[in-house]
Design a protein around this ligand. Structure first.
Ligand code: SAH
Length: 391
């Protein structure tokens, strides 16, 4: 296969030398005006030596690197990468009678920038974040079929929300068919997954380990789960013996999902749903809680929004720390990529100082190993959290 070639500017080669998988438009010397979105492009250094091969896209991130070695990007290229990722998930014991929900491909973390594949009990839901990956879906589908074999029922593509509008991406089945909601299991808890109407690919897989940890604190406790979406933390608490769980989300649909998921599982505690804006609701809680979970959506999607976001995280955490029962446990998260671990921790500590309560950090939380971080792409680290005990 013949691919077009670009050359890098001499003083902009350091990032690719360090194997960072993005090449910014400002690092490219060649004229790329005539390139098509999604084309595969060979990248050369200023001497004309091959350095990488990747997907081109008009915009700030001009090239997302697929390989640092000369290769043909075909089914077997994708198959080798996907096999690697599949093997890792099997090694992590994520496919078992008690677990059939995991992220199979985590973009840069699995050396496939722009591609997300979530696995729900035989169904792969693809979310492409680059036009190149979208255009390569046929190759990816073949590769997934070859790697997963009988473990694969269907493949659904959900790129309409993550790709630029100009390419008019369709959400559709690319292989097989499977009605939603589709039952799948996480840590022995049953969930209905609906990738068609659900947020993201249908479920927040990245909280699996943190939900399990919540279980360890929950026996006989009264729990408030804010930003609950489909109720993962609520169910983990109830299954572990929480006496009362209140699930809160501003989306009525999310509360419906939570209630459907509750009805799939057996537990003894009491449950109540609350449709409300958590930011307002938390200011003056009508009841006392032993455990509060704060898992808001990303308050800052861009660096420019970070200052306001930090104020919002601080207010939210201050309200929870202020009102939680003595000895209470707070699970607090941020999934904003632009807010790093230190900044988040400092903000939560500032909130504790503001309300004058003594706080201990019991756990520092992060994304699980099916959301791996490419060591050369630190931007891949996005989820961070703390488990605090408030005296
Ligand atoms: N904790 C969830 C994932 C949270 S995703 C889980 O384990 O699956 C963030 C959720 O916050 C979404 O369900 C969204 O509907 C909800 N949300 C966004 N803004 C909100 C607000 N101001 N108040 C309450 N919920 C909100």
């Amino acid at each position: 296969m013949e691919y077009k070639i670009v050359r890098l500017k001499k003083d902009k080669e350091i990032s690719i030398t360090r194997k960072h998988p993005w090449i910014f438009s400002g690092a490219i010397k060649s004229n790329t005006e005539d390139f098509e979105d999604g084309e595969k492009i060979i990248v050369e250094n200023h001497h004309g030596d091959f350095v990488a091969l990747g997907h081109f896209q008009h915009g700030t991130i001009a090239i997302r690197v697929l390989t640092y070695e000369s290769a043909s990007i075909d089914t077997s290229f994708y198959q080798a990468k996907i096999q690697n990722s599949w093997n890792l998930r099997l090694q992590l014991n994520l496919l078992s009678p008690t677990n059939s929900i995991f992220r199979l491909i985590h973009g840069e973390g699995d050396s496939l920038p722009g591609l997300i594949v979530d696995f729900y009990n035989g169904v792969c839901v693809l979310q492409t974040h680059s036009i190149g990956m979208y255009r390569d879906q046929t190759l990816i589908v073949e590769a997934l079929k070859n790697v997963l074999g009988k473990d694969l029922i269907a493949i659904y593509s959900k790129g309409a929300e993550t790709l630029p509008e100009r390419i008019k991406a369709q959400n559709e089945f690319l292989f097989g068919d499977c009605p939603t909601p589709h039952k799948a299991i996480e840590n022995s808890i049953q969930y209905n997954i609906d990738w068609i109407t659900g947020q993201k690919t249908g479920f927040f897989i990245d909280q699996r380990e943190n939900r399990a940890l919540l279980g360890q604190f929950s026996k006989n406790k009264k729990v408030l789960n804010t930003f609950c979406y489909s109720g993962g933390f609520s169910l983990s608490a109830l299954k572990a013996g929480a006496s009362v769980v209140h699930s809160l989300d501003s989306s009525k649909r999310a509360i419906e999902l939570t209630e459907e998921n509750l009805s799939l599982n057996e537990y003894e505690g009491e449950h109540k749903s609350i449709v409300a804006n958590a930011v307002e609701y938390i200011k003056d809680l009508p009841e006392n809680y032993d455990i509060i979970i704060l898992d808001p959506p990303a308050f800052a999607k861009h660096r420019e929004k970070r200052h306001n976001a930090m104020q919002a995280y601080k207010r939210l955490n201050a309200a929870a720390i202020k009102q939680i029962q003595p000895g209470g446990i707070l699970f607090t998260f941020s999934c904003s990529q632009v807010v790093d671990k230190t900044l988040f921790t400092n903000t939560v500590i500032a909130a504790a100082i503001e309300v004058g309560r003594n706080v201990r950090i019991l756990h520092q939380l992060h994304q699980p190993s099916d959301h791996p971080i490419n060591a050369f792409h630190p931007e891949g680290e996005y989820l961070k959290g703390l488990v605090l005990q408030i005296d």
